[in-house]
Design a protein around this ligand. Structure first.
Ligand SMILES: Cc1cc2nc3c(=O)[nH]c(=O)nc-3n(C[C@H](O)[C@H](O)[C@H](O)COP(=O)(O)OP(=O)(O)OC[C@H]3O[C@@H](n4cnc5c(N)ncnc54)[C@H](O)[C@@H]3O)c2cc1C
Length: 321
């Protein structure tokens, strides 16, 4: 019988990605319902020593495939590795981050295991029988659909980065590390990575920022926002309006078609609070909204609301700090 909750723990250049730790956090919560174990799946080359970090963040055990075929992410070898261990151990659930890698790998695996996959989930719940309730925005974010996968196992889902909460690391946690080897079918390796060229401009990583100074249509001067963000050691993010206008890079967009963020402080300037925007930030720990319209919907999710002109608030704060 299928059992246990697996998390595909994405690493890039040997660095475990935040979303993996967030998924271990939610997997831990789900596992409490059914008394199942949380297992991390770690694929890569020379990555075995990262297993302890995954245990500290909530994994009861780690399956590792450490092989030079997994040095760089290429779909086929990664798909072969995870298919091999999933067929061998038959997990009840497998979770992936909804990243470019997770979105590539998870559908391959679900097709090979002949099971379903719910993409881009924002909420996961489990009943006592081990059925997973996977909730995701639907119809342009106007409603949320909860999807179940009653007839096949594993139940699979990708989850957006920044949505779930990671556990505090506990170095005293113990867990079993199982190293798996497999016979590769190299005849299927159609892609070889010849060279890796990093994008010149580092992508803004708004998901990891502790403070976001987020700007919407009501912000006329992005330089003031940038100045405030620098003074607060934060990062500038934006609503889709500014991204569509070509004023801000898409990597900084918050919301349903952008990124989901959960910073310690989300400072929303001139953002109305459309449902598609809220979907990406309402789990922030502390929300400050600045808007000239006292009826703007953003104030419904704000911990602190300031009815004022964005530029005036920028000016005053930048002078004070
Ligand atoms: C399928 C779909 C996906 C979408 N995905 C996203 C997404 O990922 N992210 C996203 O953000 N949106 C998304 N949208 C768009 C979303 O519906 C809204 O249109 C958008 O969020 C509005 O951006 P805004 O708040 O900057 O602009 P507006 O809604 O125009 O709001 C501007 C606000 O600024 C205030 N304001 C004006 N002047 C000032 C001033 N001087 N000082 C202070 N405040 C001022 C106004 O009172 C107003 O509340 C999506 C829409 C669809 C249909």
């Amino acid at each position: 019988m299928a059992k246990n909750i697996w998390v595909f723990c994405e690493q890039r250049d040997g660095e475990i990605q935040n979303v993996a730790l967030e998924l271990l956090g939610v997997a831990h919560e789900l596992a409490e319902k059914t008394n199942e174990k949380v297992n991390a799946v770690l694929l890569g080359h020379n990555v075995k020593d990262k297993a302890q970090m995954l245990i500290a963040h909530g994994a009861d055990g780690v399956y590792v495939v450490d092989d030079e075929n997994l040095e760089k992410f290429v779909t086929e070898p990664y798909a072969q590795a995870i298919t091999h261990i999933a067929k061998k151990y038959e997990p009840n659930v497998i979770l992936f981050g909804a990243t470019s890698i997770g979105r590539d790998l998870a559908p391959r695996l679900s097709a090979r295991l002949k099971t379903g996959l719910t993409a881009d989930c924002t909420k996961l719940e489990m009943d006592e029988e081990g059925n997973l309730f996977m909730t995701r925005p639907a119809f342009g974010g106007n409603l949320f659909a909860t999807i179940i996968c009653p007839d096949s196992r594993p139940q699979m889902s990708t989850v957006r980065p920044g949505v779930m909460k990671k556990l505090e690391a506990d170095a005293s946690r113990a867990g079993e590390v199982v190293v798996e080897a497999l016979e590769w079918d190299t005849s299927k390796f159609a892609v070889t990575v010849l060279e890796e060229v990093k994008a010149e401009k580092a992508e803004a990583n708004i998901e990891d920022a502790k403070i976001l100074v987020s700007c919407g249509r009501g912000v006329k001067n992005l330089e003031s926002a940038q100045e405030l963000a620098s003074k607060l050691h934060g990062t500038v993010s934006a609503s889709r309006t500014l991204v569509d206008a070509g004023l801000v890079d898409h990597a900084r967009q918050v919301g349903q078609t952008g990124k989901t963020v959960r910073p310690e402080a989300y400072l929303a300037f001139g953002i109305s609070g459309a449902i598609q925007h809220l979907a990406g930030m309402e789990e922030s720990e502390f929300i400050v909204a600045v808007n000239t319209d006292k009826n703007a919907p953003i104030f419904k999710v704000a911990n602190l609301g300031i009815v004022a002109d964005a530029e005036a608030v920028f000016k005053n704060l930048n002078k004070l700090l």
